[in-house]
Design a binder for this molecule. Structure first.
Ligand SMILES: *[C@@H]1O[C@H](CO)[C@@H](O)[C@H](O)[C@H]1NC(C)=O
Length: 331
């Protein structure tokens, strides 16, 4: 009996010893791992240090009785894009949507010139990854350009831009609903232009109406407001510089607050050619209130590019033989 007890003790001792040796070996390996993880450890301790400093700063400003500066979120940019069905529509909207994906706090308002919302645009928006609103309004018959009409004959996209403004006023302008004091900037972006990402950060600080140069427009290399002493004094344009606001649609942005404060301001589809932009802006600002952006209007950040209308001669010929492209493939 006694002997057996002794054996048990010896066995217990041996097992414990083995366990201890094993644990020590593990400890040694851990040491190697720690060395391996050194950069991570350093990052963690750096972040801890930063957190501590921030906490101390927060405490200090509380002690000093300073109100915590609650910086309001940067304004949202509401981009209103009129669009209409044509062969290049999907390509144009894809390109535009992928530019906008790079712009933070942007809400895209796409207004189709059609009797209904089309599945092509609906699906493109749903898959875009953007925050968006999908609207539609068909242009009145007498306002529509006919095949062969020159594009300057009647302004395109008037009803659609006004529909975008109507939505903004309804959705964002409801009394009591200021979305937590959210401020906004409204920009009219046609689907064929080319936009630098920098343009959106320039317009984000718009207080009333901001302006900048537009490249490749009006038969010129660029049109731009001429700035002297930080103020717009005249306009460098090739045609009728005497218009109230000789600006291209792509050359200005308006603060949402200003649009909400002027509920009747809109584009006038009956305005003479070249006066469409003026018809909106006239009721909102005076020329000396315009805020020049893009380094005092010295940089071109948007281009009035035009996509060529694709020729369908061979498609038409093949279709006549019943060999046309599969209409089920969306282009
Ligand atoms: C614009 O011009 C004004 C007046 O000349 C100047 O004070 C200001 O710094 C300029 N701004 C930029 C961004 O160049």
């Amino acid at each position: 009996m006694r002997l057996k007890l002794k054996t048990v003790f010896v066995l217990y001792f041996l097992v414990s010893l083995l366990g201890l040796i094993y644990a020590l070996m593990q400890l040694g390996q851990r040491c190697d791992c720690t060395e391996h993880d050194a950069p991570k450890e350093r990052t963690i301790s750096r972040l801890r240090g930063e957190l501590r400093r921030l906490r101390e700063r927060a405490k200090k400003s509380e002690v000093a009785g300073q109100p915590q500066i609650e910086s309001s979120p940067p304004p949202t940019i509401f981009v209103i894009t009129p669009t209409y069905a044509r062969l290049v529509q999907k390509a144009e909207l894809t390109r535009l949507s992928q530019t906008f994906l790079h712009v933070p706090r942007l809400h895209w308002i796409v207004v189709e010139d059609s009797q209904t919302k089309t599945p092509l645009v609906g699906q493109l928006l749903a898959q875009s990854g953007l925050s968006y609103t999908h609207l539609h309004v068909a242009t009145a018959r007498e306002r529509k350009l006919q095949e062969g009409d020159p594009s300057w004959l009647k302004p395109r996209g008037v009803e659609q831009r006004n529909e975008g403004l109507r939505w903004l006023r309804e959705d964002r302008g409801a009394p009591g609903d200021r979305r937590g004091g959210q401020s906004g900037v409204v920009y009219f972006a046609d689907d064929d232009n080319t936009y630098s990402l920098r343009l959106f950060e320039e317009m984000r600080s718009t207080r009333r109406v901001s302006v900048w140069p537009v490249g490749l427009v009006g038969g010129m290399k660029y049109e731009k407001p001429v700035v002297e002493g930080g103020k717009v004094v005249r306009f460098h344009v090739g045609w009728r510089p005497g218009r109230p606001f000789p600006l291209d649609m792509a050359g200005f942005a308006v603060s949402l607050e200003l649009l909400l404060a002027n509920p009747d301001s809109r584009f006038d589809g009956d305005a003479p050619t070249g006066f469409l932009e003026s018809s909106l802006l006239q009721g909102l600002v005076t020329a000396d209130q315009l805020e020049p952006k893009a380094d005092n209007c010295s940089k071109v950040l948007v281009w009035h590019t035009r996509t060529e209308k694709p020729k369908m001669k061979r498609e038409d010929a093949l279709q006549a033989q019943g060999l046309g492209s599969d209409p089920a493939v969306e282009v």
